[in-house]
Design a protein around this ligand. Structure first.
Ligand code: AMP
Length: 278
């Protein structure tokens, strides 16, 4: 695997690959890699692309400085994992490589920016779209792979790509879960053994809503889901929404594409999860 920390060297290498006819697949991550991240790399490989995995803990998308400080950064383990799945290229830049000092530009990504996750994490989606825009701009991938795990993030990035006519295809990959249903996340290592058990209420409740879904009963389902999660010890619900899968507005009995999304603090760790219902 080639490992680059500077954009110049990465771009020179990518130019050679492109001249040889390679298609480039980008998998942007913040590291602390798990099977979820690796599944994105495998999807790109299945499509015959040369894979660039970026690892960059983007300070701009953290609204809580403590969260940024505590974010895991096991780079040597990550390199091993990337080598095991035959990733072609790692791009692991320092903050100064991507940000030219104190930037204050803003990308207009519409109302999605302030909904659900955006409401609880002001500035988060500005940080996400800005860094993804920078990565698209300097890597110029043919395809970029993102997880359904961050469903709203996928919508926000899709909006940015559509509005700015960026020449990149986006692929959403399914959520990888632990055998007991917990969605894999870099943050799961912060869960105590007790938290780890309590966290299961999130995937259990999402599955329960999917199984019992009835378009005429959405408010009741939402209410029951909120109650089940709020009753779980050590779990503080931020939101549970049964939403239109394109707009994230609350779904009604005419909505075609529906997604249930949840965010909660389990112990000290904030987790998100979702399930597509139709
Ligand atoms: P992160 O490092 O958390 O920023 O995630 C990098 C990418 O991996 C994002 O596109 C996430 O949606 C995706 N991802 C994270 N967790 C999972 C998972 N459990 N299954 C599938 N994709 C995931």
């Amino acid at each position: 695997m080639k490992n680059f920390t500077t954009t110049n060297q990465l771009q020179q290498y990518l130019a050679q690959l492109r001249a040889g006819g390679a298609a480039i697949g980008l998998v942007p991550t913040m590291g602390a890699l798990h099977e979820g991240h690796l599944s994105l790399i495998q999807q790109a490989q299945q499509r015959g692309e040369t894979v660039v995995c970026s690892i960059f803990v983007n300070p701009k998308q953290f609204n809580d400085p403590k969260d940024l400080e505590l974010y895991p950064r096991p780079i040597l383990d990550d390199i091993k994992k990337l080598e095991q799945v035959n990733c072609d290229i790692l791009f692991n830049p320092a903050v100064g490589e991507l940000y030219a000092g104190n930037e204050s530009w803003h990308l207009n990504i519409g109302e999605l920016e302030g909904m659900l996750e955006g409401k609880f994490r002001p500035g988060h989606y500005q940080g996400v779209t800005q860094v993804v825009h920078k990565l698209f701009n300097l890597i110029k991938p043919d395809t970029a792979y993102f997880g359904q795990k961050d469903y709203q993030q996928f919508l926000v990035i899709s909006r940015m790509v559509a509005q700015m006519n960026l020449p990149v295809k986006l692929v959403m990959c399914p959520i990888q879960r632990e055998p007991d249903g917990l969605a894999m996340s870099s943050r799961n290592i912060h869960l105590t053994p007790d938290d780890r058990q309590h966290a299961l209420i999130l995937s259990k409740t999402l599955n329960w809503v999917k199984k019992n879904f009835n378009p005429n009963n959405i408010p009741q389902l939402k209410h029951d889901a909120e109650k089940a999660i709020s009753n779980e010890p050590g779990v503080e619900l931020a939101y549970f929404e049964i939403a239109n899968g394109d707009t994230l507005h609350p779904a009604d009995n005419n909505t075609q594409k529906i997604v249930a999304l949840v965010a909660a603090k389990v112990g000290k760790t904030r987790l998100i999860d979702n399930v597509l219902i139709s």
